[in-house]
Every structure is written in C-alpha cells, then in structure tokens.
Design a protein around this ligand. Sequence first.
Ligand SMILES: Nc1nc2c(ncn2[C@@H]2O[C@H](COP(=O)(O)OP(=O)(O)OP(=O)(O)O)[C@@H](O)[C@H]2O)c(=O)[nH]1
Ligand SMILES: [Mg+2]
Ligand SMILES: [Zn+2]
Length: 360
Amino acid sequence: MNDIPEKLEKLGLDNWYLEAVAPVNIANFEIARVVAVHKDSYSISNGEVDVLAELVGKIIFSASSPIDYPAVGDWVFANYYDENTFAIIHEVLPRKSLLKRKTPGKKIDFQLIAANIDVAFIVQSLNENFNLRRLERYLVMVNESNIQPIVLLSKTDLLSPEETENMVQEIQKIMPEIQVIPFSNENEFGLGRLKGIMQPSLTYCLLGSSGVGKTTLLNNLIGEAIFKTKRVSKKDSKGRHATTHRQLIKLDFGALVVDTPGMRELGNFSVSTGLEETFYEIIKLAEDCQFNDCTHVGEKGCAVLDAVGSGLVSADRYQNYIKMNKESNYNEMSYLEKRKKDKQFGKHCKSVMKHIKSQK
Ligand SMILES: Nc1nc2c(ncn2[C@@H]2O[C@H](COP(=O)(O)OP(=O)(O)OP(=O)(O)O)[C@@H](O)[C@H]2O)c(=O)[nH]1
Ligand SMILES: [Mg+2]
Ligand SMILES: [Zn+2]
C-alpha cells in the first residue's frame, strides 16, 4: 500500500494505479493527470497547478497505435521544469478503462475519447435525439470499456411529465438494469437527483450527440456558464459543434467530469463484451440455439429468431444487434489487415535503410 497524497486522491488516483507501476518510477517522477489534449501538447494537473506538457521522444518513437498516446483522464509520470511551468511526460500509467471509437468515415483506425472513466453519462435529448438504437450503440461502446453507463434524458422542459415517463419506460422495458435520469437544464428538474448520485474522486464523462445539452449540463453542475454552449456563440450554428475538445473538470463537490464533443458517427470494433452486456437477453437466448455456432440469421432451430418471431425480442433491437456484430467483426478484420500491411511496410523501410547504409 502506498500513501497517496490528498491532492492526487482528489483527482481520482487510487492504489490500483500505484500497484500497477514500477516503484522506481514513483520515486523518479511526479504523477499527474491529463486534463486536456491539444494538437501537439497536453495540459496536466498534479492537483495544484495545471501546466502544459509535451511527450518525451521515447513515447513518440515507440508508439505503434493511438493507444500509446495519452488521452484525457490518463495518469502520467512527468518531470516538471522552469519552476513548475512546463513538464515532460515520460510514461502513461496502466488504464482502468479506455473509451475509444472508430475514426469517422472510411478510415479504419480508432481514436481515444477518454481514459480512466468510472461512469459514462449517455445523454439523449427527449425532443428530437431520443433513439433506442443509438442508445444501444453507445451502450456497446461503454460496456466494452468496463465503464458503468447511466442514461441521462435532457430537455424535459419541452415535454409533459407523462411523455417523459413514457420514454423512460421505453428504455427500462428493454433494459431494466440501467439507471435512467430525466433532467432539464432550463428549469433544473432532475439536477438534484443527478448531483446526488455523483461521488467525489470518481470520474464521469458526458457522451452523446451534438446539441443534446452536455456542456450546458456541465455549466449547471459547476454553477457558472464557464464553457461555451450553442446559444452563447451565434457563429457556432449551422450544425457545428459547440465543444471542440475534451477536458477534465473538477466540480466543487469533488466529482470529476470530462465533457466531449458530440459524435455524429459511432463505429465500434472488437466489442464482443460490449455486445454481450448490452444485448444480454439475446446472448442468453442463443444458448438454446440448435447449433453452437449459430449466427441467428436463418439457421434451423435458432432460439433468437424464434424469440423475434414471438415478439419476445423486438425486431428493431434484434436487427441492431446483428448489424453491430457484423460491423464490429468487419472493422476488426480490416484493422488487423491494415496493421499487417503497416508492419510489412515498416519492415520494408528498415531493409531499404540497411541496404543504403551498407552501401555507404
Ligand atoms: N429546452 C432546453 N434546451 C436545452 C437544454 N439543455 C441544453 N439546451 C440547449 O441546447 C443547445 C445545445 O446545448 P449544448 O450544451 O451546447 O450541447 P452539447 O451537447 O454540449 O453539444 P456539442 O458540444 O456540440 O456536442 C443550447 O442551445 C442549449 O441552450 C434543456 O434542458 N432544455
Ligand atoms: Mg458541448
Ligand atoms: Zn441462433
């Protein structure tokens, strides 16, 4: 057991991290948390000051995928310079959790959203953004990452209490285990309940489409309109995102929150656990399929298809499951293919370099 300085404990550090690292590093470096990611630099906090930090060359040269770079929420070993006004990041500590998604568009690669998140608030607005299939998509990502999901439904001020309750029930009907909290940034309905469940030293992140009210909620939790939302800046209309980068904020009651820009596209890959946890009733049914390797798309004796036929599982939910499963496998295969090619290319470069050197 290590004694954790109070300032770091308040930033979310616990013994899990310290037990996972070499003691010599604890002696040689300061531990800090990444609170913002910029283009080529990071803002890190040691619980006292936030400073700009850059990566040590070793990290950059040995990185083989986006996973090797720090994300918001990461703990890092750093050295401080110039009277604590600048720092160099030497190592990223092992992560408790990592949220990532496929890069938007055709590109087969992924990007990091945030690290070491304990609870993910998946936000949908009740007026236009509410969509069970999209919710399932977010849940697959969050469940895959070993993070507790909680659903927040915003803009209750635009609906009657009955309409709101019906939409909460729609979610609970298919996902009875998950906590759903309706709220309004306008009249503050539900905000007390929300604050009531947020705990000091735990890290929360706000996920959801652009415009659902994530940043407005964060401002409400802070009690001040510190961060830019859609309405404040008129220039930001035309569907542009109000929030453009991720940042970790400490609330006065001790909880830590990462706000993220709304995502238009949410591609997953390698998400078998996420799918299993999100579609647990389908996975359970599949145990009764006649064939062990049943893909539930037309095989004889498929218990899943039977359940869809009898209405036990809704056709929409079933189709979403099949679609995401296919997509995850496809993305994963394409990614492995790409990595293989990258590696071959790397080897090719190395042999060319050797050849050139040997001719000198
Ligand atoms: N009626 C109503 N409007 C809200 C509520 N919450 C947010 N809004 C409005 O919704 C718009 C978008 O809010 P933001 O907080 O910027 O949304 P965001 O989710 O942070 O969006 P991105 O940063 O683009 O991902 C703003 O005009 C808010 O005033 C709410 O509870 N009720
Ligand atoms: Mg925002
Ligand atoms: Zn089946």
